[in-house]
Design a binder for this molecule. Structure first.
Ligand code: SF4
Length: 351
């Protein structure tokens, strides 16, 4: 008798991406995960998603609580019951709260898959504000700047659903082609490159995507804000900005104009190590060959100047009129999730 093989349509949740997948199940056991060509992600998956079958079958995965037996680092562990694990946690946390106060306890978690709010609620319930998330240096800074500057979240319009694709793209400290889900999906980015006239890549390293670039700005790490200010300087001083957009949809333009005077291209070349001719060329491309978009990534967010850098880059998209136009940057306004926020922010439980 042959084995019973089924294919189940599902969704990968090894990151936020939710790629459509097909899971082959043989005799009740999942044996293979592949991309679903009929899904929005068109059958593509990243390496992590393909390896996610190991979440179920890897013999080394964690299946129950383990208590360290030997010295830290000795690798000696003892399996314990959930009841015992919870008793130990309760005892250690109560002692810490009694002796040093609730703020002596810090909680961290991995990237949220919808359960962040339980962590916040738990932390508030015991009275500690100390919660650490990957979002603090990955995506959080972008969202904070976007929320502050445009009231939503900016995404490159790679899809062409509005009738236009980005003609000029800047991939700024970002390798969407390998990271996949981060703001957008790699498949849409790669397909949009067929329609992209000017691909500008800002990256200190040569990558797969720098080979495709029309202009590669090989920047000194950590100087991205200066590069953005230098490009703003060129666009403003050459009068290449979108005057209608600036007049009707921005505020603070005069202050921006004044500030960027401190960053002439000669000075920016010294700071960033990017030749001034390339800075000027990139600025002109973005401002004149529209629509265009700028894809940023986590590398900027993990830098010391994250907020200033992303703010300057967002200003570039704004004054070139590339926000909320087909082929530019879509401003997505997050739906109201008020009840869920209330859940996580409930006051601490009474003693
Ligand atoms: S990007 Fe990778 S990990 Fe994320 S959902 Fe898609 S396949 Fe899974």
């Amino acid at each position: 008798m042959g084995s019973d093989i089924k294919t189940i349509k599902s969704t990968c949740k090894s990151c936020h991406g939710s790629c459509g997948v097909l899971i082959a199940v043989e005799d009740g056991k999942a044996t293979r995960i592949t991309g679903n060509p009929e899904s929005l992600t068109k059958g593509t998956m990243c390496a992590k998603g393909q390896a996610s079958i190991q979440d179920v079958y890897n013999p080394n995965r964690l299946k129950y609580p383990l208590l360290r037996k030997g010295e830290r680092g000795s690798g000696e562990w003892e399996r314990i019951s959930w009841d015992r694990a919870l008793d130990i946690l309760e005892e250690k946390m109560s002692t810490a709260i009694k002796e040093d106060g609730p703020e002596s306890i810090a909680m961290t978690q991995g990237t949220g898959r919808g359960y962040n709010r339980y962590t916040f609620r738990f932390a508030r319930s015991i009275g500690t504000p100390n919660v650490g998330l990957p979002a603090h240096f990955c995506y959080g800074p972008r969202l904070a700047v976007f929320g502050n500057m445009v009231g939503g979240r900016l995404y490159c319009d790679y899809h062409g659903w509005g009738g236009e694709f980005p003609k000029t793209q800047i991939s700024w400290g970002k390798q969407l082609e390998i990271t996949n889900a981060d703001g957008e999906m790699a498949v849409w980015f790669l397909e949009s490159l067929k329609h992209c006239k000017n691909l500008i890549v800002v990256d200190p390293r040569a990558t797969r995507i720098t080979q495709r670039a029309d202009l590669w700005l090989q920047i000194r790490p950590g100087t991205d804000a200066a590069l953005a200010l230098g490009m703003l300087n060129v666009i403003i001083n050459e009068g290449l900005y979108d005057k209608d957009f600036v007049e009707n949809w921005t505020h603070g333009f005069d202050e921006l104009r004044e500030r960027v005077q401190e960053y002439p291209v000669e000075k920016v070349e010294e700071i960033t190590w990017v030749p001034k001719e390339k800075i000027i060329k990139a600025a002109r491309m973005l401002a004149t060959d529209t629509p265009g978009c700028i894809q940023t990534g986590e590398s900027l967010e993990a830098s010391l100047n994250a907020i200033s850098t992303i703010s300057a880059i967002t200003s570039l998209a704004a004054i070139t009129g590339n926000i909320e136009r087909p082929g530019g940057m879509v401003n997505w306004v997050y739906p109201d999730t008020d009840e869920m926020e209330k859940f996580s922010m409930e006051p601490p439980v009474p003693e």
